[in-house]
Write a protein that binds this ligand. Sequence first.
Ligand SMILES: Cc1cc2nc3c(=O)[nH]c(=O)nc-3n(C[C@H](O)[C@H](O)[C@H](O)COP(=O)(O)O)c2cc1C
Length: 170
Amino acid sequence: MHKKIDVNDHANEIARALERGVLLTTKAGEKVNSMVIGWGHVGRIWERPVFVAYVRTCRYTHELLDANPEFTVNVPVGGFDRRAFAICGAKSGRDMDKIAAAGLTISAPETVSVPGIKEFPLTLECRVIYREAQTAARLPEEIRRRFYTVETEDHVAYYGEITAAYLIED
Ligand SMILES: Cc1cc2nc3c(=O)[nH]c(=O)nc-3n(C[C@H](O)[C@H](O)[C@H](O)COP(=O)(O)O)c2cc1C
């Protein structure tokens, strides 16, 4: 069961959760994949609510987003099994089925083709309406040196229009 929420009522909670990591889930064909993200934000642009995620071009998630420009953001509520992060935040979906390995349960979506994750119940369904490759060369040297040493580490900003927001309840 889904309990509808107003994303603005949870923006603070989402920002706090991002400090420790949340999941970003994608799906192309039959392949569902979750990765941990720490950078992102809820906002508003073009008269729409959006979640902006920053994904490095080397990630399998980047490939999946190119194939199917939809994602869900999966935020923990209360406690959760940190082992899911050890897998989804360090292993690549190119090499394994991370959903199965992390013992995650997918949950049918409402408005996109990408499922939510029951164990991370605060869910934003998003459709990418804009993407922008960042240019590391434009950053202050201190940031560039710390975060970008090779080109495959560059980020793409994905602006996902939030098409549904809810808590997954059993
Ligand atoms: C706490 C934490 C935050 C992370 N934040 C991001 C992020 O915002 N963007 C990103 O591209 N990778 C981030 N990562 C790294 C990816 O989660 C990791 O490389 C993952 O294995 C990529 O999976 P994939 O290849 O299946 O897409 C983060 C990892 C951790 C542990």
